[in-house]
Structure formats: structure tokens, C-alpha cells
Ligand binder design. Structure first.
Ligand code: PSU
Ligand code: MN
Length: 300
């Protein structure tokens, strides 16, 4: 057992007994949504995982350890504290050695989940290739992590704040299967459509679990991106989102937002300028992903 891992007893017992466990990230709590909706959502997502027969393990850093499974009080803390780091892989050694509070991104959460032996991870949307990346070189470490770490990621596709097409090209280059659940078009987070075909489609949690097993049994390391379209009645049409996303990107350029601040800035800007409508869609899609993730974990 890794010295830096602190696995919650309930999660440890489930892993030992081979019961389904679903990993959850914490950047979405600390940097992806405003308080108190972030805490309500994180707790509701954990409950959704339980309702669908799996044990939730929300992951975060503090006291110099990687915590796998948080209490409700700890989730509340991460949702409200001001001095929480957004931790991707490159930040892990600093934040752990300094014993700071760290909320883990998709990349860092995947790595810690893998250390703990968890194979299924649920989030809202992954980081990807940003628009203009040919100049800015802004490509999320989520993608390089997905190349290396054998943990499946359940998402609602790729946010259209990113360059979706380039993100799909990158995933193809790195050998990461991309499978959409229940439709042929790849979804774009707030919207069910993206204008792009999904590379693969599967229609049941069992088929997805079977594919994961075959991939890893073949010795093909790395992730699978599972794209689960936002529920029909909660989506925001892609053409409506485009207006807000273009404005958010322009605001980020004007304010010279760079590096790790880009994604939180865009998400917050969009939530504010859609009167919370985007936030409601975001919450709905994460719960929807938690349900599918728990079903896949059960089948796996
Ligand atoms: N998608 C969301 N909300 C989020 C994120 C993604 O809907 O808060 C977070 C995830 O933690 C993801 C991170 O790993 O943003 C990507 O950040 P960056 O683009 O800086 O790699
Ligand atoms: Mn980035």
C-alpha cells in the first residue's frame, strides 16, 4: 500500500471484497461550481452512485496524503474553503509535501484512483485541447494521463469551450477509445450534439464493461472515454451555448487568463451569463454520469 494513500474504511472494504467502487474528482467541487450548489451536487452525486449499487470515493489531498473517500464534512470543507489548490499531476508533489489542501482534476484523480485499485471514474467533462492550442499549446494534462492510466472516465463528452475535433484527434493518436452511450453523435457537455460523429457507440453498461475488460486484458493500458449525453430535458441547445462560449473566450483573452485558471474562469463566466442555466445542466449531467458509472462498475 502506498504510504501517501489514505483510503476510507468503507472504500477499502469494498475494494477488498471486489464490490463496485466509483471514483469522483474534487476540482469540480472547489473550482468548477459556486458554493453551496457545489457541495449539494457532490453529495447528491455520491448518493446517486450508492442508489445504483456502488460505493463512491471522492478524492482530494490534505495532511500530506491522497484521500480516497471523503466524509460529508470534508466535502463541505472543500466546497467552501478559499485556499484550496487546483491540483493536476504536476502540482501533486508540491501540495502533498507542503501538506496543503488540494482539489484533484481528472488527471490527478485518475492517478490516485489507479493507485487505490479503482477502475471507474465519473466526472462532468474532461479537459482537452483548447481552441487556439496551435499557438497557446494549452492541452490539458487530463489527456496525457488518459494515455497512461487504466481507469475509465465517464463524462458528458467534451465541453465546447474546447476544440472538440482536435481533442478527438488527440485521443485517437494516443490510442484512447471514445465510446458514446446510446447515440451515434458525440455529445458536447451542455448539449447532446456536437456536429461530430462518435468514434464508437455502445448501448448498455454491460457492453461498455465488456469492452473495458477486453482492452485491459489485451494489455492495452490507458483510459477509455465514455461519453454520456446530458438528459434531453436538461440540455442547452448547442447554438445557444455557442454565443455564451464565444463571449466567455473573448473575456478570457481580454483579461489575459492563462494556464490553470482558464477552465475555471470559462465555467464561472458561462454560469453567470446563463443565469445559472448552464450550472443546472452541469449538475444534471454529472448525476446522469454517476448513474451510468455505477452501472458500468457493477457490470465490470
Ligand atoms: N469539467 C467540468 N468542471 C470542471 C472541470 C472539468 O465540468 O471543474 C475540471 C476538471 O477537474 C478537469 C479540469 O480535469 O477542469 C481541467 O482543467 P485544465 O483544462 O486546466 O486541465
Ligand atoms: Mn490548460
Amino acid at each position: 500500500m502506498n504510504y501517501f494513500l489514505q483510503i476510507h474504511p468503507e472504500v477499502a472494504a469494498a475494494l477488498q471484497q471486489g464490490k463496485p467502487v466509483v471514483a469522483l474528482e474534487s476540482t469540480i467541487i472547489s473550482h468548477g461550481m459556486p458554493y453551496p450548489k457545489n457541495v449539494e451536487t457532490a453529495l447528491a452525486v455520491e448518493q446517486t452512485v450508492r442508489d445504483n449499487g456502488a460505493i463512491p470515493a471522492t478524492i482530494a489531498l490534505f495532511d500530506g496524503k491522497c484521500f480516497v473517500g471523503l466524509s460529508a464534512e470534508q466535502i463541505e470543507f472543500f466546497g467552501n474553503a478559499k485556499d484550496v489548490w487546483k491540483v493536476s499531476l504536476r502540482d501533486m508533489p508540491y501540495v502533498i509535501s507542503k501538506k496543503l489542501y488540494g482539489a484533484t482534476t481528472v488527471a490527478a484523480t485518475m492517478r490516485i484512483a489507479s493507485m487505490a485499485g479503482i477502475k471507474i471514474f465519473v466526472t462532468g467533462g474532461i479537459g482537452g485541447v483548447h481552441r487556439g492550442a496551435e499557438k497557446s499549446m494549452d492541452i490539458s494534462a487530463d489527456l496525457t494521463e488518459m494515455e497512461n492510466t487504466s481507469v475509465a472516465v465517464v463524462s458528458a463528452g467534451v465541453k465546447s469551450i474546447l476544440d472538440i475535433q482536435l481533442t478527438l484527434e488527440y485521443l485517437e493518436t494516443k490510442g484512447i477509445p471514445v465510446v458514446t452511450f446510446g447515440q451515434t453523435e458525440f455529445p458536447s457537455f451542455y448539449s447532446r450534439n456536437s456536429g461530430l460523429d462518435s468514434p464508437l457507440r455502445l448501448d448498455s453498461p454491460k457492453e461498455i464493461a465488456d469492452m473495458l475488460k477486453v482492452k485491459w486484458d489485451l494489455g492495452l493500458n490507458g483510459s477509455v472515454l465514455i461519453a454520456n449525453p446530458v438528459p434531453n430535458d436538461q440540455e442547452i441547445a448547442a447554438d445557444e451555448m455557442k454565443i455564451h462560449i464565444d463571449a466567455a473566450l473573448q473575456a478570457a483573452t481580454e483579461k489575459n487568463i492563462k494556464g490553470k485558471e482558464v477552465t475555471p474562469f470559462l465555467l464561472q463566466w458561462i454560469a453567470q451569463h446563463t443565469n445559472g442555466e448552464s450550472l443546472e445542466a452541469n449538475i444534471a449531467l454529472i448525476k446522469n454520469n454517476a448513474k451510468l458509472g455505477a452501472q458500468i462498475a457493477n457490470a465490470f
